[in-house]
Design a protein around this ligand. Structure first.
Ligand SMILES: O=C(O)C(=O)Cc1ccccc1
Length: 294
């Protein structure tokens, strides 16, 4: 039976490219979903074996919809990570391609993509109104559906090819070295893979019992004295009141019954609630690599 993988679609999103790079095998069927919550729900409900969503971008930071949906709405494991290069392109309908910069009336994209190009848009398309779409390829589809409008989508070169749009400009993000971290989620860990990962990580979600001086310091020291390297810590509101947070903590270590289990047990003794989000292999695609979407 083919394994199914849900991704933030439609075809031609950055997530689509990242999903293909993470699952290049022929016996994997990719299934598009229109939003990040739809991908996570599809995996949680057992409609797909795995799902891929963006979680963090080098310019814009966390994709908070992904983090919050993981915390509050679904019970899935993080089973893998892929860091993928992001080159934002301006895509326009071929009928409109001859316009000058001040004539574009609307820019459409996913909020993360818009945020990665804020300086560029202020300088080069100041007259354009911004509107948001659930994904970059959805924005491309909207531009394609209105040949009479001077609209611009921000997205992948692949979307330009798939939807027959003209690539007006490439690499319009405000900073070079633009990468997004994508996670693969599932109900079960991935079977052993034949590609060696760059490293393994463990993600946990820690909720402090109450706020007292040094509470977070105590949590962090459980990792520090075991020489466990933390590569990310991110707080999100518990939604129960201002000043109350969950902490996402990524540790550069696969799960093990001594060091990792010991650190988690120590944090639990402090009265914290700890949810294990997964231990997983991490991969990276370098800048300039050709997408393998098909
Ligand atoms: O995958 C996409 O195309 C998205 O719309 C989400 C996104 C946006 C910008 C960078 C990475 C992922």
């Amino acid at each position: 039976m083919k394994r199914t993988v849900a991704y933030l679609g439609p075809a031609g999103t950055f997530t689509h490219e990242a999903t293909r790079a993470f699952f290049p095998e022929d016996d994997v069927e990719l299934v598009e979903y229109p939003s990040i919550p739809d991908v996570l729900d599809a995996v949680d409900a057992g409609h797909c074996h795995y799902g891929v969503v963006p979680v963090e971008n080098a310019i814009e930071g966390s994709v908070v919809l992904t983090l919050d949906w993981l915390i509050h709405q679904v019970d899935v494991l993080i089973v893998g990570e892929l860091v993928y290069p992001i080159a934002q392109c301006l895509l326009v309908h071929p009928f409109q391609a001859g316009r000058s910069p001040e004539e574009w009336t609307r820019v459409i994209s996913h909020p993360q993509a818009v945020a990665q190009c804020r300086l560029y848009l202020r300088e080069h398309l100041p007259g354009a109104e911004v509107s948001f779409a659930e994904s970059t390829a959805e924005a491309a589809r909207q531009v394609k559906s209105r040949p009479d409008e001077a609209w611009v989508a921000i997205g992948t070169r692949t979307a330009g090819e798939l939807y027959g749009l003209h690539v007006l400009e490439e690499d319009v993000q405000d900073h070079p070295n633009n990468f997004t971290r994508f996670i693969a989620v599932g109900k079960e860990p991935l079977p052993k893979r034949n590609r060696d990962p760059e490293l393994h990580k463990t993600s946990i979600l820690v909720t402090l019992p109450s706020d007292y001086p040094g509470a977070l310091h105590q949590v962090l020291s459980a990792f520090a004295w075991r020489q466990l390297n933390l590569c990310r810590i991110e707080s999100r509101p518990t939604k129960k009141g201002l000043g109350s947070y969950h902490f996402f903590i990524d540790v550069e270590k696969d799960w093990d019954p001594v060091l990792m289990a010991g650190a988690v047990a120590e944090i639990e003794v402090l009265g914290c609630h700890v949810r294990r989000l997964g231990s997983f292999p991490c991969y990276r695609v370098s800048q300039g690599a050709k997408p393998i979407v098909r």
